[in-house]
Design a protein around this ligand. Structure first.
Ligand code: NDP
Length: 295
């Protein structure tokens, strides 16, 4: 759609913002639905965050996604923060509601929605999470509030970080069935094997390190498990290929990426993103990119 005086602007603030797939996802959805919106990226240094937020209001920008390093620090500068974003401690979507800046975390929706069809299968079963960073917080919140896990085992390189995460969620959500393990494969094989859901929330396996795996053993994955990799580039990671070859159901980070974007899209436009169509084009784009990088 042609840009004109009525074009509404949304976008992304972060530093860096160069490698984001969000402009592609949102602009494609605007085109498909014929909405007069454009999604732009704004590289905002930490010291300019407050001015950038004022700019959103003064320029009439409809809303923005927020990425590193602003997801946490932005919270104190907003007029409203949704309860889940507050608990997770990260905002990834801001809506400019007539000069009020409202913050949300749509990663929780993305993760929850992508697992919805497995809800009965997952209820009251053990879950295993690799990593204890920002995305792990959204995953843990989603699991506790939607899937009633029997226990959650978290394996992280930095044990102190995982322990403080567990303490925090025990306090705020009253969930006590956590176990923390070191990111040390032989020790965790049994925990993985006995878990129904296994989620990788680390960047291990992400392009260009697509040959890496968070876990190496062939013996741990089996039928009846659901293995989720938050990494979306490549869409089918080596980790997911291994789990699938052992009979597990696998879910790519592309699912969460599109669904969290669809929630932001809805918050800004009031319209539903054509998720399946956008996913088809995104997967094509990722494939083309891989081909280009391989040659
Ligand atoms: P963070 O930096 O907040 O956390 C990264 C976590 O991974 C930490 O627990 C860190 O451990 C661990 N980690 C990093 N490198 C290694 C390594 N080499 N070996 C072992 N552990 C490691 O990142 P995020 O949680 O924000 O993002 C993680 C991944 O999830 C990224 O690939 C991101 O693209 C993806 N993601 C995907 C989304 C989607 O929609 N599909 C949404 C959000 C994120 P330690 O604490 O020891 O440093």
């Amino acid at each position: 759609m042609e840009i004109n005086a009525e074009t509404k602007i949304v976008g992304l603030i972060g530093h860096p913002v160069l490698h984001s797939f969000s402009p592609f996802i949102h602009n494609l959805a605007f085109e498909i639905l014929g909405l007069n919106y454009k999604y732009l990226t704004f590289d905002v240094l930490p010291e300019n965050l407050k001015d950038a937020l004022k700019g959103i209001i003064s320029l009439g920008i409809k809303g923005v996604n927020v990425t590193i390093p602003h997801k946490e620090t932005v919270i104190e500068n907003l007029d409203f923060v949704s309860p889940e974003a507050r608990i997770i401690g990260a905002v990834n979507t801001i809506v400019n509601d007539n000069g009020n800046l409202n913050g949300y975390n749509t990663d929780v929706f993305g993760f929850t929605e992508s697992l919805k069809k497995y809800k009965d299968l997952l209820s009251n079963t053990p879950a295993f999470i690799f990593g204890a960073g920002g995305s792990a917080r959204a995953v843990i919140y989603s699991l506790i509030t939607n899937f009633q896990p029997e226990r959650i085992v978290i394996a992280n390189r930095n044990l102190t970080r995982a322990e403080s995460l567990v303490r925090y969620f025990s306090q705020v959500l009253g969930y006590k069935d956590f176990e923390v393990k070191e990111f040390f494969p032989p020790e965790i094989a049994g925990d993985i094997k006995s878990s129904r859901l296994i989620v990788n929330t680390t960047p291990i396996g992400m392009y260009p390190n697509s040959n890496e795996l968070p876990f190496q053993s062939d013996e741990t994955f089996h039928e009846g498990q659901i293995v989720y990799d938050l990494v979306y580039n490549p869409p089918m990671t080596k980790f997911l290929k291994l789990a699938q070859s052992k009979g597990a159901k696998v879910i790519s980070g592309v699912e969460m990426l599109i669904l969290q974007a669809s929630k932001s899209f809805e918050l800004w436009t009031g319209k539903q993103m054509p998720v399946e169509e956008v996913k088809k084009f995104l997967l094509k784009k990722l494939k083309l990119r891989k081909k280009r990088n391989d040659t």
